[in-house]
Design a protein around this ligand. Structure first.
Ligand SMILES: [Zn+2]
Length: 285
C-alpha cells in the first residue's frame, strides 16, 4: 500500500506535468471509483477544469483547481496514477479512470483491487473542513507534527504503539512499512502500550518517523509490490529496509535474528534485542 513517501513521489511528478494545464476530457471506466456519484456527471464536472497545484495530506492527493474545488484521490491498496505524454501505446491494465490534458498528455488511474477512490471537495476553507471531517490528523512531514504533539496523543493510551502510529488521525501518512522501520530506529517494541513510552522514547520515535519518511521520499518510495511512480518507475526503499520483510536475517545493529509477528492485524518485524517488549521499570522504594 502506498504510504506518504510513495504518494509524495507521485505528487511531485504530477505537479511538474499538470500545474497550469486544463483537463480536456475525463473518462470514468469503473463507476465504483466515484461511487456514489454518477460517472457521466463526474466526467462533465472534470472537463475544462484548470489545475492550480497538486497537494498531499497523509496518503491522500488533491488535484486543486483554479476555482477552489479539488479532486481528492486515495490510492488505498493497489492504486496507481500513471502519467504518459500521449495516449498509452497499449491499454493500461486495470484502468479505472483517464484524464486527458490540453497538451495531449494522459493521467490514468489504474487499480487491480479497486479499493481506490476519487471524489470532489468543495471550495472554501470551512466547507472543505466539513467535507473532510476527521479522516486525517496532522501530516507526518508537516511542521505541525512535533514530538510534543505525538506525546500528547499517546498519553494514557494502552493500545500497541504500532497501532497508534498507524492511526491516520494521530499522524497522517505512516503505514505498515514506515511504522516498522521507525519503531526499529527508535528502539521501541511495536507491542508496547503507547502510554508506556518515556519522553526520550517519544522524541526518538518522532525523529525516526521523520527520518524514515524522508529517506523513503529521497529514493522514490518502496516497490516490493505493485507500487509504481507516475512514470511507471520503481522506488528504491525496499533495498534499504532495516527490519521490514527481513525476518530470519540478522539485525543491522546487533546481529540478533529479526522476528515477525502480527501487531495491529499487520505483519510486523522487529529485533527482539534492540526493541525489548518488557521494559525494566525502576521499583519505587
Ligand atoms: Zn538488534
Amino acid at each position: 500500500m502506498p504510504e506518504l513517501p510513495e504518494v509524495e513521489t507521485i505528487r511531485r511528478q504530477l505537479a511538474q506535468h499538470l500545474a497550469g494545464r486544463t483537463i480536456a476530457g475525463a473518462r470514468v471506466l469503473d463507476p465504483l471509483l466515484v461511487d456514489p456519484e454518477d460517472p457521466r456527471a463526474f466526467e462533465q464536472r472534470l472537463a475544462g477544469r484548470v489545475v492550480r497545484e497538486i497537494r498531499r495530506t497523509g496518503k491522500y492527493l488533491f488535484i486543486e483547481f483554479d476555482d477552489g474545488e479539488a479532486l481528492a484521490l486515495h490510492l488505498r491498496m493497489t492504486g496507481q496514477l500513471l502519467w504518459t505524454p500521449g495516449e498509452p501505446d497499449a491499454p493500461t491494465p486495470y484502468a479505472r479512470a483517464v484524464l486527458g490534458m490540453d497538451d495531449g498528455s494522459v493521467v490514468t488511474f489504474a487499480d487491480p483491487r479497486r479499493f481506490g477512490r476519487a471524489w470532489f471537495l468543495p471550495a472554501g476553507r470551512s466547507a472543505r473542513r466539513r467535507a473532510w471531517g476527521a479522516r486525517t490528523g496532522v501530516d507526518a512531514m508537516s511542521s505541525g507534527f512535533t514530538a510534543r504533539r505525538l506525546g500528547a496523543s499517546l498519553d494514557g493510551r494502552t493500545a500497541a504503539i504500532k497501532a497508534l502510529i498507524l492511526d491516520q488521525r494521530i499522524v497522517a501518512g505512516v503505514g505498515n512499512i514506515y511504522a516498522d522501520e521507525a519503531l526499529f530506529r527508535a528502539r521501541v517494541h511495536p507491542r508496547r502500550p503507547g502510554g508506556s513510552l518515556t519522553q526520550a522514547e517519544v522524541r526518538r520515535l518522532h525523529r525516526a518517523i521523520r527520518d524514515r519518511l524522508r529517506m523513503g521520499i529521497s529514493v522514490g518510495g518502496a516497490s516490493f509490490d505493485r507500487y509504481r511512480d507516475a512514470h511507471g518507475g520503481r522506488g528504491g526503499m525496499q533495498d534499504l529496509f532495516l527490519v521490514h520483510r527481513r525476518q530470519g536475517e540478522p539485525c543491522p545493529r546487533c546481529r540478533t535474528t529479526i522476528e515477525k509477528g502480527v501487531v495491529a492485524q499487520r505483519g510486523t518485524y522487529w529485533c527482539p534485542r534492540c526493541q525489548p517488549q518488557e521494559v525494566q521499570v525502576q521499583a519505587a522504594c
